[in-house]
Design a protein around this ligand. Structure first.
Ligand SMILES: [Zn+2]
Length: 455
């Protein structure tokens, strides 16, 4: 970590000389704030030794997070109300404009980017939506990046069955958990820093892309590039039902095997053909044991096709495999092993080609991400809350993995709100009582990373 500023630099002094508390100077104190601040101050001062010198500041930030909840929900309502399926470029342009405007109002240098370097996958659509890139320049050295995606898995027209609504302790809406909440949380974290007049970071970068749900073919290289020189990248996918943050996610790959033979009449002249199906069968059998379950590497052949007519020796046969890995290097090794295997053919005159796609690399925990996440736990403790840090990959991958590909810094996933129902098309929601803790967490993290407190 390059952040080495003095411990308290830049944090506004919000304590008065008589020892009473007041709100940060940009904000009038709400009527209830006094007692909340006092009780939080007491809790902090008595239970968290390291935080005691800044208890006033902490209480102010907490009060500010409470004030920011409603503006965040207003933003979230707007974002949910724009339909943004990954293939809905029109909707994605609208949301990108909305997000860019808000970032400009917050004082960022903002650009809406169009994809130029597309990594075409099997299912990549012809057109990919834009990304919003904003930079906030501060007076320090720390480089911090915040990412969330604007696209959803849903198709246009589905919003009317799941519009934005608040019911009890939850906010519902299509795509609200995955990942509109992440975009809103970033916008209002930046708003909090602005209201605190905090600028001790070197640069604060915001990147919001349009293609996460289709494995980021258009924005993966940009995410990797912008993340490469960051000290910390926070990714705002949902924090799961228990508010965990994640330091590892599994990688997803696919292998495509294509065998070309030669057709011939199966009854009259079979010897004149080259049976692509036989060759495919041979290849699949010799590639069936490449999994290494002990290290989380899995390869399973799942789809195969061959032939056109019963009485024709098949000239073409294809197959697909699903691959999973916990380490980037495992996919490289797997691809090498597959390319090596295809050299051994049953029918020497057949042609065998193998294509391997990394749909998403795995995210691996490193020391930097462990340090940052551990610090996050202490911030949650200031609120009397505990936060789980998951180091073992479970299930699907995210853009955090692209952010981690070329950086030595920390990448922490799951900074978003807790919720439920992503991809399920059934009552997707976020939990309202996670808004204030997450705003507090991200704001405090950025402040303390900027002022060198995270060792
Ligand atoms: Zn997502």
């Amino acid at each position: 970590m390059r952040v080495t500023r003095a411990a308290n630099a830049g944090i506004p002094d919000v304590s008065q000389t008589d020892g009473t508390l007041r709100m940060p100077r940009l904000h009038p104190a709400p009527s209830l704030a006094g007692s909340l601040i006092a009780s939080l101050w007491l809790a902090c001062a008595t239970t968290i030794a390291h935080a005691e010198p800044n208890a006033n500041v902490m209480a102010d930030i907490h009060a500010l997070a409470q004030k920011e909840q409603q503006p965040l929900l207003d933003t979230l309502r707007d974002l949910v109300s724009i339909e943004t399926g990954s293939g809905d470029v029109e909707g994605l342009n609208v949301i990108a404009g909305r997000v860019a405007d808000q970032l400009k109002q917050l004082g960022g240098e903002v650009e809406i980017l169009q994809p130029t370097d597309i990594y075409r996958l099997d299912d990549t659509p012809a057109k990919i939506g834009p990304a919003v890139h904003a930079t906030f320049k501060g007076t320090g050295t720390a480089k911090i990046m915040l990412i969330a995606h604007m696209d959803t898995v849903y198709l246009r027209g589905m919003l009317k069955d799941q519009p934005f609504r608040i019911d009890g302790d939850k906010a519902y809406g299509l795509g609200i958990a995955d990942d509109k909440q992440g975009v809103a949380l970033i916008l209002h974290t930046v708003a909090m820093l602005q209201k605190l007049n905090f600028k001790d970071y070197g640069t604060l970068t915001v990147l919001s892309n349009s293609d996460e749900e289709i494995s980021s073919p258009g924005w993966r290289s940009t995410i990797t590039k912008f993340a490469s020189d960051q000290d910390v990248v926070f990714s705002f996918e949902g924090g799961g039902t228990d508010g965990s943050v994640r330091l590892a996610t599994s990688g997803i790959g696919s292998a495509y095997l294509t065998v070309t033979g030669k057709s011939s009449h199966a009854g009259a002249r079979p010897e004149g053909g080259i049976n692509a199906l036989y060759e495919l069968a041979h290849q699949l059998l010799q590639m069936k044991d490449l999994s290494k379950p002990e290290q989380g590497l899995k390869l399973n052949w799942t789809v195969a096709k061959a032939g056109t007519n019963r009485n024709v020796i098949p000239a073409e046969a294809t197959a697909q495999a699903d691959a999973r890995a916990l380490k980037v290097a495992d996919f490289d090794d797997l691809e090498k092993a597959l390319q090596e295997k295809i050299k051994n053919r049953l029918l020497p005159d057949s042609k065998v080609e193998l294509k391997f796609e990394v749909r998403r690399p795995p995210l691996e925990a490193n020391d930097a991400s462990r340090r940052v996440a551990t610090y996050g736990k202490t911030i949650y403790q200031e609120l009397g809350m505990s936060m789980n840090v998951a180091e073992k990959a479970t299930g699907g991958g995210t853009d955090a993995a692209f952010a981690a590909l070329k950086t030595k810094g920390a990448v922490v996933e799951g900074m978003g709100l807790s919720g439920f129902g992503a991809h399920s098309n059934d009552a997707e929601y976020v939990k309202l009582d996670t808004i204030v803790p997450r705003l507090y967490l991200t704001t405090r993290m950025i402040m303390d990373l900027s002022t060198g407190k995270v060792k």
